[in-house]
Design a protein around this ligand. Structure first.
Ligand code: FES
Length: 78
């Protein structure tokens, strides 16, 4: 079974910790920025955010969300 890159990535986050959401679509870690954008031919940069609680979140994988970095279901209409 193959993963659809557009699907959201579930991530368990810790309150107060910073995370970086990939907006370039080139990260080997899916929706988590791995720094690939720094050496790729793209002007897109990651979006960092600080978790407001200990919880599981769903990061957008298609980069079309209207509520970045969180999935809003936009991948369902691609
Ligand atoms: S690797 Fe995509 S924004 Fe950093």
């Amino acid at each position: 079974m193959s993963e659809n890159k557009n699907n959201p990535t579930a991530l368990t986050v810790e309150e107060g910790k910073r995370y970086c959401w990939c907006r370039c679509g080139l990260s080997e870690k899916g929706a988590i920025c791995d720094g690939t954008h720094k050496t790729a031919d793209t002007d897109k940069r990651s979006l960092s955010f600080i978790a407001d609680a200990n919880k599981t979140i769903f990061l957008c994988g298609c980069t079309q969300t209207k509520t970045p970095p969180f999935c809003d279901g936009s991948h369902n209409s691609l």
